[in-house]
Design a protein around this ligand. Structure first.
Ligand SMILES: [Zn+2]
Length: 573
């Protein structure tokens, strides 16, 4: 494995400005250096190097990374060669062990073994049980070969591989295939139909095994190993990649192995499976590399719909449009195509609703207990509104307004009321009442403060433990800031480089390239206070405004309630 410590040491001792400066003419600009991007054609410089953060970023083409990725990209060097080069330059001697580690990915043997096992399973498909399953599912030869499907008919690994596995026992355990049982190395997947999970480089990472006779869980998957991590891979993306491109960046995401395979066989090949009932941020990152329009098509049951609903926070990217395909009365896409045919499925794709509309419908269905909106209780409607307000919080006002109209109509509520509810905070700044108007100067000040807080939280992983819990998404008013904060919260252990790679936007990079703080700890302590106070002030202003409105219409119950909230807020100030 690559030794993280030596990598850090090399990075530490390497002057990124000096290295990049050999290729790009850099001028100092504040704390950073600016130049013409070597990775795209430009006349005005938008390529920034930060000596403190040890990263570079082009605000023109989006290319960015650390000193390693710069050299790899500009000189076409391999990672190993880059490490060697920089180690030498910075006078760090890597000993033989470390060199060996760098020489090759020490997982190579494991991947080779996984591939061998994949082939061994594939060769056992003429087993009666496997043949029956294939016939049952209507899988043709081409599909079986494409997906390298297989069957495990041997209880022990030596039978499976055809030789004594004593010497590679540890390897078999390491790759998640073998189970040590009284001296015998058993095959974890015995008597299962096998779906190899293959990554974009064509390496076999692990397997899913479906039971086709006897007792046991319907599916068994490879355990988490150094080779396979469930949340990092999408099943079938290796096959789909080419077809995503051919289909203008469209991908259909389904739940399971068989959904992906049978839809692929039927002729829609830009399809992959999430393997599980969630889409992880890592999976979505993979998707973002290829996909402009993502069709979600999970099972047409509560589990599937709840799963699609739950990943709302993950599926957030302005560059990726998300839609949801309806399956009428069918339980999954495979079922749908068998019943209605491929053309109907294509029609469903055209008619797919936006993911936001799906979220609205689902929220109404869950909180309304599947009742018609005219019969829904006011409390339930209010729950829906609260939930949707949170879901739509990152959207701009134009999009928000579109969905607000949709929500009002679907919930049978007056549009202005829904609008009022969704825009309570935003109307504040345009209010004419002087005493609760927030002037531009203070707005700018807080905007900068939010940026500074994020800058520190991004750059100082060590401070997150202490401070992250003191802030909440609501402490940030700017939408981009909210997103970046949520990103840090979701990846508390990841460094700035990783987080910048995670999102394509420039905002995060420009924030993390901001000034360095002499005492970031103290700064955060004070910032916590300031932001809380600011929010308190805004809440007070908002409540005052609402109270004035309520006084006008004479809603005294609500008025009392708000007055109480107000006095508590003022008390806690
Ligand atoms: Zn560029």
């Amino acid at each position: 494995m690559v030794d993280e410590n030596s990598l850090e040491l090399i990075k530490e001792r390497t002057d990124i400005v000096e290295i990049v400066g050999q290729y790009v003419k850099l001028r100092k600009r504040g704390l950073n250096f600016l130049g013409l991007c070597p990775f795209h054609n430009e006349k005005t410089p938008s390529f920034v190097v930060s000596p403190d953060k040890k990263i570079f970023h082009c605000f023109g083409c989006g290319t960015g990374g650390n000193v390693f990725s710069f050299l790899m990209k500009i000189d076409g060097l391999s990672f190993i060669d880059t490490v060697k080069l920089l180690a030498e330059k910075s006078g760090i001697e890597l000993n033989d062990d470390q060199m060996m580690n760098f020489e090759k990915d020490d997982r190579e043997n494991g991947f080779a073994l996984l591939s061998k096992i994949k082939d061994a399973y594939h060769q056992q498909l003429d087993h009666e049980e496997a043949k029956n399953y294939i016939k049952d599912r209507g899988l043709d030869k081409e599909t079986i070969d494409n997906f390298q499907l297989g069957y495990s008919s041997k209880a022990n690994c030596d039978e499976l591989l055809g030789f004594d596995v004593k010497d590679i026992k540890d390897d078999l355990l390491d790759i998640g295939i073998g189970i040590d049982s009284k001296g015998k190395i058993k095959d974890r997947f015995y008597k299962r139909f096998m779906f190899p999970i293959i990554d974009l480089q064509g390496r076999t990472l692990g397997f899913g095994g479906r039971i086709i006779s006897g007792e046991g869980a319907k599916y068994v998957n490879s355990p988490e190993t150094r080779f396979y991590s469930k949340s990092n891979v999408l099943y079938g993306l290796n096959m789909a990649k080419k077809y995503i491109r051919e289909n203008n960046g469209q991908l259909i995401l389904v739940e399971g192995y068989m959904d992906a395979i049978s839809v692929f066989q039927s002729g829609i090949k830009n399809i992959a499976a999430a393997l599980g009932t969630a889409v992880t941020p890592q999976q979505f990152n993979l998707i973002k590399r290829f996909v402009k329009l993502l069709y979600m098509c999970f099972d047409n049951d509560d589990a599937g719909k709840n799963a699609m609903y739950r990943v709302n926070d993950v599926l957030q990217d302005p560059e990726v449009e998300v839609k949801v395909i309806g399956l009428k009365d069918c339980k999954d896409p495979d079922d749908f195509i068998k019943k209605y045919g491929l053309d109907s499925f294509r029609k469903q794709m055209i008619e797919a609703i936006t993911y936001k509309e799906f979220l609205i419908d689902h929220s109404i269905k869950v909180h309304g207990h599947s009742m018609e909106s005219s019969k829904m209780a006011v409390e339930d409607k209010s729950r829906v509104l609260k939930e949707l307000k949170s879901i739509l919080r990152f959207e701009n006002d134009i999009i928000k307004n579109v969905y607000i109209a949709m929500i009002a109509s679907k919930l049978n509520i007056d549009l202005d009321q829904v609008k009022g509810y969704f825009f309570t905070y935003n109307t504040l700044s345009i209010s004419k009442k002087k005493d609760y108007k927030i002037d531009k100067g203070s707005k700018d000040k807080f905007f900068k403060l939010e940026e500074d807080v994020l800058s520190i939280l991004l750059s100082h992983v060590s401070l997150r433990n202490e401070f992250l819990g003191n802030f909440s998404v609501d402490d940030f008013i700017d939408m981009e800031h909210k997103k970046i904060f949520a990103l840090i919260v979701n990846n508390p252990e990841k460094d700035v480089q990783y987080l910048c790679d995670l999102v394509a936007g420039h905002k995060i990079v420009s924030i993390c390239m901001k000034i360095n703080f002499a005492n970031p700890q103290l700064f955060l302590q004070e910032a916590v206070e300031s932001l809380k106070k600011r929010n308190n002030r805004e809440k007070v202003a908002d409540l005052k405004k609402q109270i004035i409105e309520l006084e006008k219409i004479g809603d005294f119950d609500k008025l009392m309630c708000l007055n109480q909230q107000l006095s508590e807020l003022i008390k806690n100030k």
